[in-house]
Design a protein around this ligand. Structure first.
Ligand code: GTP
Ligand code: MG
Length: 343
């Protein structure tokens, strides 16, 4: 499925129905009183959070949402029917911005929970019929109110995936392979850089956390913040993530200084996007450790741990997705980190 995380849509809420001018006609009563009913309310356009969705792809096919006008009032005091609302289902984590004609953006809101609704455009009020205006001083109102126009808006929707754990690292670090070991996700894995072009989501089951959502995002390279490689715009998907895990592959990098350099490169890119992300890197994984003797992995862990420790706030562990070494321990650590982090 194609992953679409931004879309522009136009929404037209329903106009209110018009009020009616009518007079009662009864046998033997030459002039009946006013009996024009009210117009019905125009339907609203709402956004609804839907946990079954994970892309804004639908919105590429349908970009305009128009709600019917409310029914007009009629004689004999009949009110027009309200027109039904239109609901647009979107993945959780969708933000809405209203676009103005001068390209300005105004934050409207976001949906974070299943079934949560956000009003995008309000339908117009129905107009009052002439019966409404009858009074002792106004016995024969020959007018009624027109319905109010529904709101019309141009909106930009931005999906920021909600995951508890985000995987970051250089291309080929083994992020996609790791998510396939931790969850049922089966993203594309290959021995060339930038295999992952769109974020992959995986759900890790088990333990106290029934559902721990992990996001694997495209690889970062030096100067990604200046547009190198795939850039850093994908980092928005770990912006809400409390626990960021960085993978540093030891494959063909059996050297403390090289590994530290790789670590710092990725940190630099996170920092350029948003310094808050740096603080959330709670765990660094030496990955693909099956390519080195176990003894050597221990040495590297011991040498690098103090350099990345950040006063005990950042852990260093070793894993191999291929051999499975360290994976069970990693699962337990991820749970603990997620549970202990504020959300
Ligand atoms: N030996 C070994 N190879 C691994 C391991 N994990 C991943 N690989 C290999 O490393 C290569 C890159 O793996 P990916 O999972 O695609 O790496 P990635 O970090 O998702 O890469 P991008 O999507 O390009 O950023 C593939 O050839 C994998 O088979 C591991 O634990 N051990
Ligand atoms: Mg990948």
């Amino acid at each position: 499925m194609r992953f679409i995380d931004e879309a522009t849509i136009e929404v037209h809420a329903g106009d209110g129905g018009n009020g009616c001018v009518s007079f009662r006609r009864e046998k033997f009563v030459p002039k009946g009183g006013p009996d024009g009913g009210n117009g019905g309310k125009g339907g609203d356009v709402l956004l609804v959070g839907d946990s079954q969705k994970n892309t804004l792809l639908d919105l590429l096919h349908q970009r305009t949402f128009r709600v019917k006008k409310g029914g007009n009032g009629a004689g004999k005091g009949k009110d027009g029917a309200a027109s039904p609302t239109v609901e647009i289902a979107v993945p959780l984590g969708t933000e809405v911005w209203e676009l103005s004609d001068d390209d300005g953006r105004l934050f409207v809101g976001e949906v974070l929970k299943d079934g949560q609704k956000l009003l995008l455009a309000a339908g117009g009020r129905g107009g009052k019929g002439n019966a409404h205006f009858a009074s002792s001083t106004m016995r024969v109102p020959r007018f009624a109110q027109p319905g109010e126009d529904g709101e019309m808006k141009k909106l930009r929707l931005v999906l920021k995936v909600i995951a508890q754990v985000g995987l970051v690292g250089l291309p080929n670090a083994g992020k996609s392979t790791l998510i396939s070991v931790l969850s049922a996700a089966r993203p594309k894995v290959a021995g060339y850089p930038f295999t992952t072009l769109n974020p992959n989501l995986g759900i890790m089951a088990g333990g106290d956390y029934e559902r721990l959502i992990i996001a694997d995002i495209p690889g970062l390279i030096e100067n990604a913040h200046q547009g190198s490689g795939l850039g850093i715009r994908f980092l928005k998907h770990v912006e809400r993530t409390e626990v960021i895990v960085m993978l540093v592959s030891v494959k063909d990098r059996d050297d403390e200084a090289l590994l530290l350099h790789d670590y710092q490169t990725v940190m630099g890119e996170l920092n350029a996007y948003n310094p808050q992300l740096v603080k959330r890197v709670k765990l660094v994984l030496l990955s693909q450790t099956d390519t080195l003797p176990a003894e050597r992995v221990k040495e590297l862990l011991a040498a690098l741990s103090p350099k990345i420790a950040e006063q005990g706030k950042r852990l260093l562990m070793a894993v191999s997705s291929t051999s499975g070494t360290g994976i069970e321990e990693l699962k337990g650590t991820l749970e603990k980190l997620v549970i202990s982090s504020p959300s």
